[in-house]
Design a protein. Structure first.
Length: 152
């Protein structure tokens, strides 16, 4: 695994920290692949994020490092996490990328966990990912097309 460099804190830089081994991580990344702005992605399944950067990310969101971990995954494995400290949580994140609860988006000084993949578009200021918005001017046709349909 490579080490991740210093976190960018530039208003023109978008950063997404995610795991490509999680459903939410993959879906969140897919929303960003169509935007024109450059997004720096950090896939923690391939890049080892140093402990100081995990601490910086958690601190930026007023959370503990343990709050970034889906503890249910560890509990399912029979791991007792009640006495874990920051160093323990860092080791967990560095060695088991699937426990990252949600991808983390960074833009300038703002840092946020993305709970719902489409929300990443709003965070990065992309309104509709290039999809045209249309208003329907005709009422839908709900009349039966065959004799055996009943919509009432």
């Amino acid at each position: 695994m490579d080490n991740m460099g210093v976190l960018a804190r530039d208003d023109k830089q978008f950063t997404l920290i995610y795991s490509s081994n999680t459903r939410v991580g993959k879906h969140t990344l897919s929303y960003l692949q169509g935007i024109e702005d450059k997004v720096h992605t950090v896939d923690i399944s391939k890049v080892k994020v140093p402990g100081t950067q995990w601490a910086e990310v958690a601190d930026a969101m007023n959370k503990s490092i343990g709050d970034l971990v889906d503890k249910r995954i560890l509990e399912d494995d029979g791991t007792d996490t009640s006495n874990f400290d920051s160093d323990d949580w860092i080791k967990i994140l560095q060695n088991n990328d699937g426990v990252l609860t949600q991808p983390i988006a960074i833009h300038g000084k703002e840092t946020r966990q993305i709970e719902n993949p489409p929300d990443v578009m709003n965070f990065f200021g992309v309104e509709s990912a290039g999809i045209e918005k249309t208003m329907h001017t005709e009422e839908p046709n709900i009349e039966p097309k065959t004799d055996d349909e009943n919509f009432k």
